[in-house]
Design a protein around this ligand. Structure first.
Ligand SMILES: NC(=O)c1ccc[n+]([C@@H]2O[C@H](COP(=O)([O-])OP(=O)(O)OC[C@H]3O[C@@H](n4cnc5c(N)ncnc54)[C@H](OP(=O)(O)O)[C@@H]3O)[C@@H](O)[C@H]2O)c1
Length: 324
């Protein structure tokens, strides 16, 4: 049995906790800012009540075997206060967030070789009453190697495979774990080219800013004018990515547009969800990083720069004494 702490139990943290619960052999510690009466995750197979200990004060945190961080990137400072004691005996830290700077965010407190960047795709939202609604399958991407393999194994049911499990392919390098439930799957891909995987996801996320700006769901990209704008935003991101060594498909912009168009018209991305809830947005992690990296490489990124400025202007001021 491993002691696994989840720091930040919103949409993604809720899904991760439910998967750990289904693995059935962990002591789960949910680290939150406010007490969590119960954690219910409504999956495509029905509701799961996660059996876990809840901590709300990082002073009470003690070393665990794995730390899984699932806060928004703008809450890194608060998350780090949990990570420090939880990982103080050498536990690896999986950073399950958007963007391309997972390691940098915790570099001052966790050695690089103990940090595992994780990219996740999952249609999920959290409701104000704490309910987490997961609408489909979970796809995660990690670097290949020992840490990636150990992370994937956390989600595997204990005694081999039961009727919920359809497939398990693994290898220390470039392996894949796929767990099949009745109406959804959980796939954990281990890739030798994580840089490309992370920037490909950022290409998708960069265009999502159009939703946050217009307060419109994914359907906005069915409009040809917005699709054209999205393509230009993605092209800036892809140019920076390629200069950094990512191998992106020449048709990445069209793939992003097709991806948004394949989503239900009313799909709300997490940046739009943040804006609608008057929370901060992951502006820097999703669009600001393209501007910053572009600047350092001499690549102009005027559209992403404009997006950053507009979204910052649309961000409600942080009330005095509130944590950002
Ligand atoms: N939602 C999606 O569909 C989706 C899909 C792919 C990737 N992602 C990425 O996954 C990451 C997590 O996103 P999310 O949608 O799960 O965010 P979320 O629903 O906003 O959840 C974040 C959680 O972190 C908690 N938190 C913040 N600071 C904390 C602290 N100091 N201590 C403990 N808990 C803290 C928040 O607590 P409060 O409840 O107190 O605010 C919240 O419950 C982001 O990088 C996001 O971009 C999300």
């Amino acid at each position: 049995m491993a002691r696994v702490a989840v720091v930040g139990v919103g949409a993604i943290g809720g899904v991760i906790a439910s998967l750990l619960h289904l693995a059935g052999r962990h002591q789960i510690i949910l680290c939150t800012r406010r007490p969590l009466g119960q954690l219910i995750v409504r999956t495509p197979d029905g509701e799961i009540e996660v059996a876990a200990t809840n901590l709300t004060d990082d002073v009470l945190a003690s070393p665990v075997d794995w730390v899984l961080v699932a806060t928004k990137t703008y809450d890194t400072e608060g998350a780090a206060r949990w990570v420090e004691p939880l990982a103080s005996a050498g536990a690896p830290v999986a950073v399950i967030q958007n963007g391309v700077e997972h390691r940098d965010r915790f570099a001052s407190i966790v050695p690089q070789d103990r940090t595992l960047p994780v990219i996740i795709d999952c249609p999920v939202e959290r409701h104000p009453d704490g309910l987490v609604v997961q609408r489909g399958s979970v796809k995660m991407n990690v670097e290949s190697g020992a840490l990636g393999s150990e992370f994937a194994k956390l989600f595997i049911p204990p005694d081999g495979w039961d009727e919920r499990t359809s497939k398990f392919i693994t290898g220390s390098l470039g392996g894949q774990v796929e767990i099949g439930f009745q109406n959804y799957t959980v796939t954990i891909d281990q890739t030798d080219d994580f840089l490309t995987a992370a920037w490909r996801k950022l290409c998708f996320n960069s265009a999502g800013a159009l939703s946050a700006l217009t307060l419109q769901p994914a359907g906005i990209l069915r409009d040809p004018e917005f699709a054209r704008a999205a393509a230009d935003i993605v092209d800036e991101c892809a140019t920076v990515a390629r200069a950094l060594g990512a191998h992106l498909d020449p048709a990445i912009a069209q793939q992003v547009i097709d991806g948004y168009r394949a989503q239900p018209f009313d799909s709300v991305n997490s940046m739009l969800a943040d804006r609608l809830a008057s929370r901060p947005m992951e502006i820097d992690a999703r669009n600001g990083v393209i501007v910053r990296k572009g600047e350092s490489l001499g690549i102009p990124t005027p559209l992403n720069r404009l997006i950053v400025a507009l979204l910052r202007a649309a961000t409600p001021p942080t009330p005095p004494n509130a944590s950002a």
